[in-house]
Design a protein around this ligand. Structure first.
Ligand code: ATR
Length: 305
C-alpha cells in the first residue's frame, strides 16, 4: 500500500495508472486505501489509491493540485466534508440533500461532489437486519457530522419516525426544525409525533425506546477503551436493532449491551464498505467487488481474526 503523503508531495507521484485517494486529517487510520486497493486488484484496474494528510488551511491548494494530476476521483473525510462542497464545480443530488461531500468525481475536468454515506448506511442496515430504513422508527444518538447526515438520509427515505438525541440538545432541536418539512404527512403512526428531539436523559430515552425499531450511535462514545456503553443494557429491549457506526473496536460496549438485552446488533463496518462500494461505482462505472472489499476491511479492522 502507498504510504500517506502530504499535499506538497502530490507532484512527485510517478506511474501511469489512474489515481484515486482520500483526503482528511487524521488519515493514518483510514481503511479506505486497503479496501479500494483490493477492489482495483480484483477488477484488474491499473489504479492506485493514496491517502493524503490535508490540514484545513491546505484544502483549497490540495484540490487545485489534485485537478492538475491524473486523479479520477477521491474520497473526502473529516474535517473536510463540508468545506469541499464549495471547492467542486457541481454537486450531485446526494451531496445537496445531505449537505456534505464524501466522494469527488473528476468528470473530464469537472469536479462533481457526491455523498455516499447516507445510501451506504441504508444498504448496511438492509444487509445487517433485512430491514428498510423507510419502514423504521429510528433513534439517532448524536447529530454531529455523521449523525446529521444519517438523520437527513432517514428524512429523505421518509422513515416512519425519527427521534434525535444529542448531548447538546439545542443542536438536535435545530436539526428537527430543518427536517420538519419531510415529516409533515402522517404515515402509519396516526397521531404519534413522527419527528422530535429528546434530551440526553436515560429515563426519557428509555421511554422513547418502547416505540423505536432501530437505534443508531453516531457519537464517538465507545471508541476509547475506557468508554462506558453509550446506552446501558438495562434500557435496551429485545425488539430493538442497534447499529453502532463505530467499527473499532468490532464489538463496542453498546453492542455488548445490546446483546445482553437480547437485541440485534451490528457495527459500522458495513457502512464503511457500502459507502466505499458506491464511490467505486461512481468512479469506475463498474460493479464493486463487495466480497473482496469486505474481507480486506475485516482483516484490516480486526487483524487478530
Ligand atoms: P462526527 O462527524 O464523527 O459525527 P462530530 O461532528 O464532532 O463528529 O460529532 C460528535 C458527536 O458526538 C456530537 O453529536 C457530540 O455531541 P455534542 O454535540 O453535544 O458535542 C457527540 N459526543 C461526543 N462526545 C460525547 C459524549 N461523551 N457523550 C455524548 N455525546 C457525545
Amino acid at each position: 500500500m502507498d504510504k500517506i503523503i502530504s499535499p506538497e508531495s502530490l507532484g512527485n507521484l510517478t506511474g501511469s495508472g489512474a489515481l484515486y485517494g482520500v483526503i482528511g486529517l487524521p488519515i493514518q487510520h483510514s481503511l479506505s486505501p486497503i479496501m479500494h486497493a483490493a477492489a482495483f486488484k480484483r477488477c484488474a484496474l491499473d489504479a492506485r489509491y493514496i491517502a493524503v494528510a490535508v490540514p484545513p488551511e491546505q484544502l483549497a491548494l490540495t484540490v487545485t493540485r489534485l485537478r492538475s494530476l491524473p486523479f479520477a476521483g477521491w474520497n473526502v473525510t473529516l474535517p473536510h466534508k463540508l468545506a469541499i462542497a464549495g471547492l467542486v464545480d457541481e454537486l450531485a443530488d446526494s451531496a445537496k440533500n445531505l449537505g456534505a461531500v464524501n466522494t469527488v468525481l473528476n468528470d473530464s475536468g469537472k469536479l462533481v461532489g457526491f455523498n455516499t454515506d447516507g445510501e451506504g448506511w441504508v444498504r448496511a442496515v438492509r444487509e445487517e437486519f433485512s430491514l428498510d430504513v423507510r419502514d423504521l422508527r429510528i433513534m439517532i444518538l448524536g447529530v454531529g457530522g455523521a449523525g446529521g447526515a444519517l438523520a437527513r438520509q432517514a428524512a429523505l427515505e421518509r422513515c416512519e419516525k425519527l427521534v434525535l438525541v444529542n448531548r447538546t440538545e439545542s443542536k438536535a432541536r435545530e436539526l428537527v426544525s430543518q427536517l420538519a418539512p419531510w415529516f409533515d404527512s402522517q404515515k402509519l403512526l396516526g397521531a404519534d409525533v413522527r419527528l422530535k428531539a429528546v434530551p440526553w436523559d436515560e429515563a426519557l430515552i428509555a421511554k422513547e425506546l418502547d416505540q423505536i425499531d432501530l437505534v443508531v450511535n453516531t457519537t464517538s462514545v465507545g471508541m476509547k477503551a475506557g468508554d462506558a456503553a453509550v446506552l446501558p443494557a438495562r434500557i435496551l429491549q429485545p425488539h430493538l436493532c442497534v447499529y453502532d457506526a463505530i467499527y473499532r473496536p468490532a464489538k463496542s460496549k453498546l453492542l455488548s449491551a445490546a446483546e445482553e438485552a437480547g437485541a440485534r446488533a451490528a457495527n459500522g463496518l458495513g457502512m464503511l464498505l457500502h459507502q466505499g462500494a458506491l464511490a467505486f461505482e461512481i468512479w469506475t462505472g463498474q460493479t464493486a467487488p463487495l466480497t473482496v472489499m469486505r474481507s480486506a476491511l475485516r482483516t484490516a479492522a480486526n487483524p487478530k481474526f
